[in-house]
Design a protein around this ligand. Structure first.
Ligand code: GLA
Length: 726
C-alpha cells in the first residue's frame, strides 16, 4: 500500500554535489504517456511549465496519479568535461514515485518500477536519483533535453525537493562504504562500480573515556567484482570509524558503528519526582494524573493541598475526580518508600488550557502499523507501568490507525473491529492507573490506512469517543484530500475548516481531549494551528528510522518553528524511532545508530516535541530505557516555560540549538551532523552562540557537571548541556 506522505518542498540547492555546475529549477510538464516524449527533437513548446521544487498537488495538478513526463532543457558547458573521470552525473533528487530518465533520447537511469513491469509498481519516492552519464550522450555547449517519465501511485507526485543539478561525479558515485549489521556483528563493506585504490583506516575510540584506543591503516584495491569486507569489533563503550580515501579523487568516505552505550545514571532507590511541574485541566473535566516517582517499590503517595473534588489513590499514586472552580492549585506531591521520601512542588492549573507541557506517552504506529490490536496496546500499556516508564511521566497510550470496523453501525455509530473487543474496558483500565487513552481518525471518509474516517460523523464520533474515555485525538488529513483537492479554494481557511469543525464537537464533550493535528505541515499549519485550538500539529511527513529521515525532519524542517510553540500548543515533528519498531507485525531494532538515537532524543527534548514512544514497550531494552528515562533530559522537554529551542548556529555540519529554561539556565545541544568524530573546544563552542560568562556546564546525559576543555562528539552524535550563566 502506498501511504500518503506529504513532502514539503524546500529549496535545497545542489549541496550534495560538491562540484555542481548547472542547476535547473523548472521543466516542461504533461500528464499522460508517450514514448515519443523521450526524444530530444520533440516539440514541447505548448507544455505547462512546472517547478521542480514543488510536487504536483502543490502546483494544482488535478488527479495527480499515473504517468506524466517532464522535459527539461539545459545547456551543458564543456567545462564539465575536465573532470577526474570522463563521466558526468545527473543529480535529480527524489522523485515521487518511479522514474525513467532519458538524456537526448537515451535512457540513462531508472528507479522504482511501474505497474506493467515484472516487479509491479514499486514506489521509491524517498530515493535521491544520481545517474552517471557517458560523455558521448551530451551535446556540449548546446541545448540538451532531459526527459523524465514519472509514474505516481499516490499523492503528491513528481519532483518535489530541489532543483536538478548536473556536475562532475564524486567518489560516492563510484565507491560505497557501508556499515552492515548482521545479528550482533558489524562489518564495513567497500563496494566499487569502477576499480579504485586507496587507504583504509580504522579508528577505535572509547566513548566514555573520550580517547582513541587503537588506529590501523592499510592500502586496498577494490574492484567491481570483489567487495572488500572489514570486520569491526567493539568492546563495551567503544566506537569504530572506518574511512576509505581514494587515491585518484582524494576524497574520503566514512562509516562508523558503536555499541549501544548507556549514559543515564541509574535512578536512586529513594523516591525521585520525574514528572511535569504543572498539569492543566478544564473545570469539571476528569482529572487523570499519575504521580511520576522513580525509586524502589512499594511506595506510598500523598498530596498536600488537594482541591475539593479530587482524590488520591495512595498506593497507585493516581489522582482522580474533578475541580469545579478555575484557578491555580499549588500542591506538594509526596512519595515514600523503605529508603526515604521525596516531595515535589506542583501546580494543578484548572482553566481553559490543557497540554501545558508536551504530551508524553506511546503510540502504536511506529511499531505495529496496521497490525495493532487491543492486546498489543494493553501489552505496551502494562509495560509502561511495570518497566517504570510511567515513573518518568509517560502517560498517553494512543491507538493509531486500524482499530476501525469495516462499516459503521446502522445508526451511523463508529465501531471497533474484531481486534479491539472492548475499547471502553481498555480506557477504564488506563484511567484507573492514571494513564490516558488516545485514538486516531481522519476528517475524510477514509484514513491513510484505508479505514473508516469521520467525514459527516464529526459530532457522533466525538460523542462516542467521549463514552469510550478518549483523552487524545490524532486527526489525520489523508482521505480529506478527496474533498479538498477538487475544490478550487485552497486558502488557509479551507485547510483549517475540517479541523475547526471537529474541535467544535470535541470541546462540547465533558472531558479534555488533547487535539493533535496531522496534516504534515501543509499551509504552514504552525502559523494557524493555535487558532483552530489545536494542542499540537505535525510539521512534516512521516518519520522513519534512518539518519536521512531524522536529518530531514529534525535538523532541516524544524528550523525557525520555535515562535509557534508554547504551553497548550506544540510543534510535532512526529513520533520517536528508538527501540523495536517496524510498522508491521515484524519488529526490528531501530536502524539509527546509538549516537543518532541520542541526537534524536536530545533534539526532541530541545524542540518541546510530543514525546510519543514508537516502539513496543514490552520489548524495551536497557539502552532504549536509558534514552527515554533520563529525568534531566525529559525535564527540558517538559520545562514549564515551553520555549522551543532555536538553531543558533550552523557551521561546517555542526548545528547548535538552545532554549531558555524557567530556572534561568539554558539547554544547549551541539549536534555533529558529519560523518567524522568532531573535536569541540567547549568554551569556544559556547562563546560562538553568545554564552561567554558561563558559571556552570552540566552534561545532561551523564548528569554531571563538566569543566571547560576539549570534548569529542561522535558522528551524528550530540553533546547535550545545561548551561548556567553568571
Ligand atoms: C499517516 C500518519 C502516520 C500514521 C498513518 C496511519 O501516514 O502520518 O503517523 O498515523 O497515517 O495510517
Amino acid at each position: 500500500m502506498k501511504k500518503f506522505l506529504l513532502m514539503v518542498a524546500l529549496a535545497l540547492g545542489c549541496s550534495v554535489l560538491v562540484s555542481a555546475q548547472v542547476s535547473v529549477k523548472e521543466g516542461r510538464f504533461r500528464k499522460g504517456d508517450n514514448p515519443a516524449w523521450s526524444q530530444a527533437g520533440f516539440n514541447d513548446s505548448d507544455w505547462q511549465v512546472l517547478s521542480l521544487e514543488k510536487d504536483w498537488t502543490l502546483q494544482g495538478i488535478q488527479n495527480p496519479y499515473g504517468y506524466a513526463w517532464y522535459r527539461i532543457h539545459l545547456v551543458i558547458p564543456s567545462s564539465l568535461k575536465q573532470g577526474s573521470t570522463d563521466r558526468i552525473v545527473l543529480d535529480l533528487g527524489p522523485i515521487d514515485d518511479a522514474d525513467e530518465t532519458f538524456l537526448n533520447g537515451t535512457l540513462v537511469g531508472k528507479t522504482g518500477s511501474n505497474p506493467g513491469d515484472a516487479a509491479g509498481f514499486v514506489g521509491e519516492w524517498q530515493t535521491p536519483r544520481r545517474y552517471l552519464v557517458e560523455p558521448k550522450l551530451v551535446r556540449w555547449d548546446k541545448d540538451n533535453v532531459i526527459a523524465v517519465r514519472v509514474y505516481n501511485g499516490g499523492d503528491p507526485g513528481g519532483f518535489y525537493a530541489r532543483p536538478i543539478c548536473l556536475g562532475k561525479p564524486e567518489l560516492a558515485d563510484f565507491v560505497q562504504l557501508t556499515m552492515v549489521k548482521k545479528e550482533d556483528r558489524h562489518q564495513a563493506v567497500i563496494h566499487a562500480k569502477a576499480q579504485s585504490r586507496g587507504l583504509v583506516k580504522v579508528v577505535v575510540r572509547d566513548v566514555l573515556e573520550d580517547k582513541v584506543v587503537s588506529e590501523k591503516e592499510w592500502k586496498a584495491t577494490v574492484s567491481p567484482r570483489a567487495d572488500v569486507a572489514i570486520p569491526v569489533t567493539m568492546q563495551g563503550q567503544q566506537q569504530v570509524t572506518v574511512t576509505y580515501t581514494d587515491d585518484k579523487f582524494g576524497e574520503t568516505l566514512t562509516a562508523s558503528a558503536s555499541a549501544p552505550y548507556i549514559l543515564t545514571p541509574p535512578a536512586p532507590a529513594t523516591p525521585r519526582y520525574n514528572g511535569p511541574l504543572v498539569f492543566g485541566v478544564r473545570p469539571g473535566s476528569p482529572v487523570i494524573f499519575r504521580l511520576a516517582f522513580s525509586g524502589e517499590k512499594p511506595m506510598k503517595y500523598a498530596v498536600e493541598g488537594l482541591p475539593e473534588g479530587v482524590s488520591l489513590d495512595p498506593d497507585k499514586g493516581v489522582l482522580s475526580g474533578s475541580v469545579a472552580k478555575a484557578g491555580d492549585y499549588p500542591l506538594v506531591l509526596v512519595a515514600k518508600n523503605a529508603k526515604g521520601e521525596a516531595r515535589a512542588e506542583f501546580t494543578l492549573k484548572v482553566g481553559a488550557r490543557i497540554g501545558l507541557t508536551p504530551p508524553m506517552g506511546w503510540n502504536s504506529w511506529n511499531c505495529w502499523g496496521l497490525s495493532v490490536s487491543q492486546e498489543k496496546v494493553m501489552s505496551s500499556a502494562a509495560a509502561l507501568i511495570n518497566r517504570g516508564l510511567a515513573d518518568y511521566g509517560y502517560a498517553y497510550i494512543n491507538i493509531d490507525d486500524a482499530w476501525e470496523a469495516e462499516e459503521r453501525a446502522p445508526d451511523g455509530r463508529i465501531v471497533t473491529n474484531e481486534k479491539f473487543p472492548d475499547i471502553k474496558g481498555l480506557g477504564d483500565w488506563l484511567h484507573s492507573n492514571g494513564l490516558k487513552m488516545g485514538i486516531y481518525s481522519s476528517p475524510g471518509d477514509r484514513t491513510c490506512g484505508g479505514y473508516l474516517g469521520t467525514l459527516d460523523h464529526e459530532q457522533q464520533d466525538a460523542e462516542t469517543w467521549n463514552e469510550w474515555g478518549v483523552d487524545y485525538l490524532k486527526y489525520d488529513w489523508c482521505g480529506y484530500r478527496k474533498v479538498f483537492n477538487p475544490d478550487p479554494d485552497h486558502s488557509v481557511a479551507a485547510y483549517a475548516r475540517p479541523y475547526m469543525k471537529m474541535q467544535q464537537y470535541l470541546r462540547q464533550q465533558p472531558r479534555d481531549i488533547f487535539y493533535s493535528l496531522c496534516q504534515y505541515g501543509m499551509a504552514q499549519v504552525w502559523t494557524w494551528g493555535h487558532a483552530v485550538d489545536a494542542n499540537s500539529w505535525r510539521t512534516t511527513g512521516d518519520i522513519t528510522d534512518t539518519w536521512e529521515s531524522l536529518y530531514d525532519i529534525g535538523f532541516k524542517r524544524q528550523v525557525g518553528l520555535h515562535p509557534y510553540a508554547g504551553p497548550g500548543h506544540w510543534n510535532d515533528p512526529d513520533m520517536l524511532v528508538v527501540g523495536k519498531v517496524g510498522w508491521s507485525n515484524s519488529l526490528r531494532d531501530s536502524r539509527l545508530t546509538p549516537d543518532e538515537q541520542y541526537a534524536h532524543i536530545s533534539l526532541w527534548s530541545l524542540l518541546a516535541a510530543n514525546m510519543l514512544i514508537g516502539c513496543d514497550i514490552a520489548q524495551i531494552d536497557d539502552f532504549t530505557f536509558n534514552l527515554l528515562c533520563n529525568n534531566e533530559v525529559n525535564a527540558v522537554n517538559q520545562d514549564i516555560l515551553g520555549h522551543q529551542a532555536h538553531m543558533d548556529l550552523e557551521e561546517d555540519g555542526v548545528q547548535t540549538w538552545s532554549r531558555d529554561l524557567y530556572d534561568g539556565s539554558i539547554a544547549v545541544g551541539i549536534f555533529n551532523l558529519n560523518e567524522e568524530t568532531l573535536p569541540v573546544d567547549l568554551a569556544g563552542a559556547l562563546a560562538k552562540v553568545g554564552l561567554e560568562e558561563v558559571a556552570k556546564v552540566r552534561d545532561l546525559w551523564r548528569q554531571k557537571d563538566i569543566p571547560m576543555g576539549l570534548y569529542h562528539i561522535a558522528p551524528h552524535g550530540v553533546l547535550y548541556l545545561k548551561v548556567t550563566v553568571k
